[in-house]
Write a protein that binds this ligand. Structure first.
Ligand code: FAD
Length: 395
């Protein structure tokens, strides 16, 4: 056979990279994708499931086409370790896969900074729902079980974390559910940051127009511990808070496989890469993309970005495997849509171009922008964005 590429993780970055290595190499490079989940489940739109407006089935896509149409070998397993010298990965099942180039897009994992979450059963009771799947539906079930008048509290970690506007969108979706089903209930946002970090004006407007008295925002609340038995949140300076439903987003870093393989060289959290090839600065022939990387200034940790990392990385890997120079001028667009009601949406957009002198991605001056106001038309765009990007990755 031809050269071998192993891709770790079938999310926004990995599935895209797997498909595009096959396309760009016209089938000459063998691609194996290792992913423990049976299907792809999307984080974008998952807050609609938390709010009860969509189901998990609506945000789930099969890996079948990747395999049948594009010839990617999909292996349902977990990569346990990487041997960078021998160029092999070891799977949880015990099997070993050889590679010429390895592409890692493992997403994020949580840092063990909240001691109370390490107690037995604590993580079954206090959910993050920051990886789409069973926790997404379970968080909605917790809201359903909450008596009217109960409180939903979400704790946001210090930036950088996956999806900057995501927690504020979640607050809107929970409030949209309370407004109809439990009008005496409240949403309280405890943010470790000094202020709302994304689409501030648009979120404040939506909270005022749709959820007056229903959503309360408390900045500078850094969570340091929880008592899961009583759903109590504990902060560095402020009073404890006992919630009806506590939704905690712990501090995040690159997915565990990247950290334990020594690839997370930036503050022991994120993986530094060459932005032309996504090759790790710590290991040869290993490429890292998506949320796991140390991002260039102003580039969000988003699915839209991970999708474009996947294409740039795929083009570079195919070039390197065939003795050609990788493309030298990557240009990315990013659009993050946020639902403020079940139908109305706002967006923030930006454009980023590779700068050869600084060897990083820079925001193109004058590019991008924000919605003027939330609208149903942007709601239609948001669903279109999701359908398109899922098709680009997986169909
Ligand atoms: P993921 O998509 O998480 O994929 C990682 C994959 O790797 C997973 O499938 C995992 O199972 C697998 N994996 C991990 N470790 C291993 C291993 N050792 N072996 C094998 N497989 C492994 N982005 C947007 O652009 N727009 C949005 O509207 C948006 N909304 C969001 C809303 C929420 C609530 C959240 C939580 C996120 C949202 N995002 C959004 C962000 C987006 O989900 C992430 O940026 C994106 O998923 C990153 O892609 P990734 O490939 O890095 O990671």
């Amino acid at each position: 056979g031809g050269p071998k590429v192993v891709v770790v993780g079938g999310g926004y970055g990995g599935a895209t990279a797997a498909k595009y290595v096959r396309l760009f190499s016209e089938g000459r490079v063998e691609v194996t994708l290792v992913e423990p989940n049976a299907n792809f489940v999307s984080c974008p739109l998952s807050n609609l499931v938390v709010g009860g407006h969509k189901t998990l089935a609506d945000i789930t896509v099969s890996y079948d086409q990747l395999q049948r149409k594009h010839g990617v070998k999909v292996v349902r397993d977990t990569v346990e370790s990487i041997d960078a010298d021998k160029r092999t990965v070891k799977l949880a099942s015990g099997a070993t896969l050889p590679y010429d180039r390895l592409i890692l897009s493992p997403g994020i994992d949580f840092m063990p900074t909240i001691p109370g979450l390490a107690k037995p059963g604590a993580q079954d009771r206090i959910l993050h729902a920051w990886k789409a799947g069973p926790q997404t539906a379970a968080l909605h079930d917790q809201l359903k079980a909450l008596p009217d008048g109960g409180t939903f509290a979400i704790a946001i970690p210090l930036a950088p974390y996956r999806c900057p506007p995501g927690p504020y969108e979640r607050a809107c979706m929970v409030a949209s559910y309370f407004k109809v089903a439990k009008p005496k209930s409240k949403v309280i946002i405890f943010d470790a940051n000094d202020d709302i970090t994304s689409k501030k004006g648009l979120f404040l407007k939506a909270w005022d127009e749709h959820y007056k008295g229903l959503i309360e925002y408390r900045p500078k609340h850094k969570l340091v511990d929880v008592d899961a038995a009583t759903n109590t949140l504990k902060f560095d300076f402020n009073d404890d808070f006992k919630a009806g439903v506590a939704n905690v987003l712990p501090d995040m870093r690159a997915g565990a496989i990247a950290v334990k393989s020594g690839l997370a060289t930036a503050n022991a959290r994120w993986c530094e890469v060459d932005f032309l090839t996504f090759e790790s600065k710590a290991a040869k022939n290993i490429h890292v993309l998506g949320d796991a990387i140390q991002i260039a200034p102003a580039m969000p940790k988003s699915g839209h970005m991970a999708n474009q990392h996947g294409k740039t990385c795929a083009a570079a890997v195919v070039s390197l495997l065939t003795g050609q120079q990788p493309p030298q001028n990557p240009l990315y667009a990013n659009t993050c849509y946020s639902f403020v009601t079940a139908k109305e949406v706002v967006h923030v957009a930006s454009v980023h171009r590779y700068d050869a002198a600084q060897k990083t991605m820079l925001t193109v001056p004058g590019s991008g922008g924000l919605s003027g106001a939330a609208s149903e038309m942007e709601g239609a765009y948001a669903f279109g964005w999701a359908r398109n990007i899922w098709a680009d990755m997986l169909a």
